[in-house]
Design a protein around this ligand. Sequence first.
Ligand SMILES: C[S@@+](CC[C@H](N)C(=O)[O-])C[C@H]1O[C@@H](n2cnc3c(N)ncnc32)[C@H](O)[C@@H]1O
Length: 223
Amino acid sequence: MPRIDVLTLFPRMLDGFLAESILGKGLQKDLLSVTVHDLRRWTTDKHRTADDRPFGGGAGMVMKPEPVFAAMEELQSEGCRRIYLTPDGAPFTSAVASALSRERHLILLSGHYEGIDQRIRERVIDLELSIGDYVLTNGTLAAAVVIDALCRFIPGVLGEENSLTHESFTGKLLDFPQYTRPAEFRGMSVPQVLLSGNHAEIEKWRAARALEKTRIVRPDLLK
Ligand SMILES: C[S@@+](CC[C@H](N)C(=O)[O-])C[C@H]1O[C@@H](n2cnc3c(N)ncnc32)[C@H](O)[C@@H]1O
């Protein structure tokens, strides 16, 4: 069972996330474990200080090394992967999610303020990941994104009604359009082919729509 530890200054941000939907069920079934830790637990002063002013001046605050080193030293295990979520990390993709789902133990570190002391990155981080080209106020949601995407690759987490087979990014193409009942809604009809029962034609139609969508929205995926 993959074990995931999350280190954050905002543990309550993940309360609802961990209780709901497919991930919530996966946790209940012990298909993975996620433990969220308040980084301030490893602070030692009475104000529970986790940040300080940057050397060299400049705006904002930087997360201090001591609590993060202490937390890593307590939580890490042989062969675990220690990951820092950061906008200047490598892109987090479906392929990375799939690879991470096969790891035994992950520690996800969420930053805040202006980021974290560089010595943390050099000594106690194995991998740096960005969930996209934008800047969040802190990395807790980024950790949630990583957990949500990787849990889908853990055998048994997706029920029968949910499948990875035709998903965007599973192959080279984005997903095709989906329809459900009613077949007519406010003057809009479901494409006839989907009602035909002809599976070969349906597959052909879906492949063509997926290709069309990918060409328009993400031509880079076709290169
Ligand atoms: C305000 S950001 C720090 C941004 C940093 N000064 C920079 O420009 O790269 C605070 C924290 O949010 C998280 N974060 C923000 N954007 C992110 C992204 N796109 N992917 C992953 N983590 C992100 C990181 O943990 C980061 O330490």
